[in-house]
Design a protein around this ligand. Structure first.
Ligand SMILES: NC(=O)c1ccc[n+]([C@@H]2O[C@H](COP(=O)([O-])OP(=O)(O)OC[C@H]3O[C@@H](n4cnc5c(N)ncnc54)[C@H](O)[C@@H]3O)[C@@H](O)[C@H]2O)c1
Length: 372
């Protein structure tokens, strides 16, 4: 591997892609970015954090011609362009996340490009409600919670076989996958396409299942870019923090700098080839802990509201086992406090984030993604 080789990052103008761009440039690689720069993440213009040392190709991973423009001379591909959020255009998830992955390998094969490794962004969303232990029935994978349970404040998942209470277990890479959203389904499709075609064409390929990523550059234009954006913007506007459900949901939050190091680990280590890895902090926190850390960091008294809101098709808890990637020498270094501090420091510079938050919260309620 020579550091002067070219790396292609799809979605490189986005939150995670922009940090990965900086890290790979610092490693000495040439970086090319393929990105639409379109909403919902962007407004058609390059964001201020786009590194000018990277070559930018405006293009769409759903289009063959754009892959054909982006791939010549490339040695490594990081496929991060993705469609997230909770929007109702369901087919866009499959087209952007799954079909684009097939198209990447298709173009590589057709043009005989000599790609040495492909790393793609997957998500913990593919675990759905995740894995639990039932004292009576052993390991279970509960289905998504019913509307009537959520409406009546019965938030905890129950054993699907007898409604017994359950103990949460961290999801491991080999666990059953039961995605409950079009996004999760499309990422499962991405992983299967990636490993199948990677093996078929003999191109080392790796999927990274990120948990919830925190850090500067995270778009505030999405319908939903995580609780941290919502809590930080509310706290900075002097508003009480509104939490969904009862605030006791467990989540794994990983700092973007730890996540970027995970990409470098799998890039350099051949033991990662043709495998899938969870990338998280390994330490679950409640949503309420996140809210408390935000008010503390913003320096306002903790004022929280639990108005009985819930988001449909959302896991009650999610936590992952990170031991596989740890065996390759990678360790998360940042704490929840670091995540919140870095994000709050950054988002303070974007007062327009408040207007976007109000608009997106209204839109999510209008389209019944958030319900009461
Ligand atoms: N942020 C998280 O917490 C998180 C968690 C799990 C997985 N992921 C995955 O990580 C990847 C990056 O996410 P992010 O948080 O940086 O999001 P982001 O929206 O900030 O970045 C995504 C980038 O992809 C670009 N893009 C979208 N559709 C495209 C297309 N059709 N062609 C070319 N470019 C396109 C966008 O313009 C944007 O710059 C995504 O695949 C996402 O599913 C993110």
């Amino acid at each position: 591997m020579s550091a002067r080789e070219t790396v292609l990052i799809t979605g490189g103008a986005g939150f995670i892609g922009s940090h990965l761009t900086n890290a790979l440039l610092a490693e000495g690689f040439k970086v090319r970015i393929l990105d639409t720069l379109q909403p919902p993440t962007h407004n058609g213009k390059p964001p201020p954090w786009l590194n000018p040392r990277a070559e930018l190709i405006r293009g769409d991973v759903r289009k063959r011609r754009d892959w054909e423009r982006a791939l010549p001379g490339v040695s490594y591909v990081f496929h991060l362009a993705g469609y997230m959020d909770f929007r109702p255009d369901f087919s866009t998830y499959t087209a952007t996340n799954t079909e684009s992955t097939a198209l990447l390998y298709e173009v590589i094969a057709a043009k005989k490009h000599r790609i040495k490794k492909i790393v793609a962004a997957s998500s913990q969303a593919i675990y759905g409600e995740g894995k639990y232990r039932c004292k009576k029935h052993g390991i279970v994978y509960p289905p998504t919670r019913s509307e009537s349970d959520l409406r009546n404040g019965r938030y905890e998942v129950r054993c699907p076989r007898g409604r017994e209470s359950l103990a949460l277990l961290p999801s491991a890479e080999s666990d059953g996958l039961f995605p409950i959203t079009p996004y999760g389904i499309s990422k499962r499709g991405l992983e299967e396409t990636l490993l199948c075609l990677g093996l078929y064409l003999g191109i080392p390929s790796v999927a990274l299942r990120y948990t919830i990523v925190h850090g500067p550059h995270q778009t505030f234009r999405h319908f939903y870019s995580g609780a941290l954006r919502q809590f930080a913007v509310m706290a900075l506007s002097g508003r009480p923090i509104e939490m969904h459900e009862d605030g006791k949901q467990l989540r794994d939050f990983v700092h973007v700098s730890d996540l970027v190091r995970a990409h470098l680990t799998v890039l350099y280590d051949r033991r990662a080839d043709f495998r899938i890895f969870n990338v998280g902090s390994g330490v679950p926190h409640t949503v309420r802990e996140l809210a408390e850390t935000v008010t503390d960091e913003v320096g306002i008294p903790p004022r929280f509201e639990l108005p009985g809101l819930y988001r449909v098709k959302t896991a009650r808890h999610s936590t992952v086992d990170i031991s596989h990637l740890s065996k390759l020498g990678w360790r998360p270094k940042k704490t929840l406090r670091d995540n919140v501090r870095d994000y709050v420091t950054w988002i303070r510079n974007y007062p327009e984030a408040k207007r976007f938050l109000i608009e997106t919260l209204r839109a999510m309620r209008r389209s019944r993604i958030i319900r009461r």
